[in-house]
Design a protein around this ligand. Structure first.
Ligand code: ZN
Length: 313
């Protein structure tokens, strides 16, 4: 008996320049769907789902965001708890060797173990995670082009976007050495330094055997650091405890007004210089004694009401 031909289905990725899907595929090439609208197979084939996930992962560099966007595209719910459990599993697995890769495929398979909830978990509508929690922005092509143009004008032509990112990161790292804004000359020198750092990294990554070359670049790096006066590593040593507390004090003084530090509460000034006491004991009290005709000189200044200070006895 001839084997019954497997049913086929049209994948939605057919006309996509990104997915380049052949279109008609065997039903087994699709995931089983619980969607009320899609029929019992997902609208994209497994291969396309993987491509979509890889695309978002590349764009966002974040598994959570990539999963979220892929779920939205394939119309599968993104369940936060499920993601968190799988993420924990993959982190633990990395530690003790039980390798578990979290991606759309493993997420989907885990989701479909919850078959008792298939009525609820049919589509992306069941997602219980706000898009704001998935903090990644997908850049549009125009923004990406603008960024690339900016990088090119700053760094010249480089091999890849990773190189530009390395240069930017290095630049920003070195910038922390400078308190003031850099002059254009300093900026150019710093850019030279970053480019040489990149070169040095590439030489070592590619297992360069030409030691002359490495030494040459290393020397150039050292000289540039000297020019920029950032080769003084002593200045970057950790501060001693007393230095730290001194810096803390200065910081506190700069950030606060004295009243905030010394007042007991809100507007209460404390008589730190004893001026108030001096005034009370040596001016006000003798005056009140004179007015009240007191000979014990022990007038209670906090309750002047009890004395007749008007002199009309
Ligand atoms: Zn497809």
């Amino acid at each position: 008996m001839a084997k019954k031909a497997e049913a086929t289905k049209l994948c939605r990725g057919i006309n996509s320049p990104l997915l380049k899907c052949s279109g008609i595929k065997q039903e087994s090439d699709f995931y089983n769907s619980w969607s009320k609208f899609e029929g019992d197979k997902t609208c994209y084939c497994k291969e396309c789902c993987k491509k979509i996930y890889d695309y978002y992962l590349d764009e966002t560099r974040n598994i959570k965001s990539a999963l979220y966007y892929t779920c939205a595209k394939v119309d599968v719910p993104f369940i936060k708890e499920l993601y968190e459990n799988l993420n924990a599993k993959s982190i633990e697995g990395a530690k003790d060797g039980r390798k578990f890769t979290l991606n759309f495929n493993t997420y989907f398979n885990e989701l479909h173990k919850k078959s008792t909830q298939k009525e609820i978990l049919g589509s992306f509508d069941a997602t219980d995670c706000d898009i704001n929690e998935v903090d990644a922005t997908i850049k549009t092509t125009e923004i990406k082009k603008k960024e690339l143009d900016d990088f090119k004008s700053k760094w010249g032509n480089q091999d890849s976007i990773d190189d530009y990112e390395f240069l930017e990161r290095t630049y920003n790292r070195y910038m922390t050495n400078f308190d003031d804004e850099l002059s254009p000359q300093q900026q150019d020198t710093l850019c030279d330094l970053c480019r040489d750092r990149l070169l040095l990294r590439k030489l070592s990554e590619n297992g360069c055997q030409e030691n002359d070359m490495i030494t040459k670049v290393q020397n150039r790096v050292n000289n540039l650091m000297k020019t920029l006066k950032i080769d003084n590593f002593e200045g970057n040593q950790k501060k001693t405890l007393s230095e730290q507390s001194f810096v803390e004090k200065i910081k506190m003084m700069e950030e606060t007004k004295p009243i905030e530090l010394y007042a007991k509460s809100g507007n209460d000034y404390i008589d730190y210089t004893k001026r108030k006491k001096y005034y009370t004991d040596l001016v006000l009290r003798p005056l009140c004694n004179t007015l009240a005709g007191h000979k014990d000189f022990n007038i209670d200044m906090s309750d002047l009401e009890q004395y007749n200070l008007k002199g009309d006895r």
